[in-house]
Design a protein around this ligand. Structure first.
Ligand code: PNS
Length: 157
């Protein structure tokens, strides 16, 4: 049985994330979506809200678990006894950073593999930050994030 971890900030979850989650859930026996608790950042949604939005967006997937972590991803993976990291890759611009991070993670623990999944072309430009920016200035973000996210963002305004 192979379990993979899909880590991220998910502030908030987008349809691009959701696409990677669904495809990974089909590919692996189990997927853990691991939400980073980063005290150095001020997110739009706190940890509990981010987890809740993910939970509501993936209620139809029964082999996906949601969890939180802080500190190093590889330490979390080791504690969970999982050695596959799934990362979504959108464009060449993602590559350099992801490449660096994958190599750093491998340096820290050579047993853990990072696997990249190509984005669905519909979402290749999509990021949580752009969604938040568009929303703040009144842009239409329908079809870019789950409806529940739009609803919660409206409540935040
Ligand atoms: O959604 P994001 O913000 O692009 O996700 C980035 C994330 C959470 C995957 C990455 O920042 C991370 O793994 N942070 C934990 C600290 C860590 O292990 N860094 C890499 C080795 S120094």
């Amino acid at each position: 049985m192979i379990t993979a971890v899909y880590p991220g900030s998910f502030d908030p979850i987008t349809n691009g994330h959701l696409d990677i989650i669904k495809r990974s859930a089909k590919t692996f026996d189990k997927l853990i979506v691991a939400v980073l608790n980063n005290p150095n950042k001020t997110p739009m949604f706190d940890l509990e809200e981010r987890v809740d939005l993910i939970r509501q967006s993936i209620s139809d997937l029964n082999n996906v678990e949601i969890d939180c972590f802080s500190g190093l991803l590889i330490d979390y993976m080791q504690n969970k006894n999982v050695n596959v990291i799934i990362k979504g890759l959108r464009a060449i611009s993602d590559f350099e950073y992801e490449f660096q991070m994958a190599l750093m993670n491998r340096k820290l623990n050579k047993e853990i593999e990072t696997l990249f999944m190509m984005t669905n072309s519909d979402y290749s430009y999509l990021s949580s930050s752009l969604v938040k920016e568009a929303f703040r200035f009144g842009g239409n973000i329908e079809n870019l994030v789950p409806d529940i996210v739009i609803q919660k963002m409206k409540e935040k305004l």
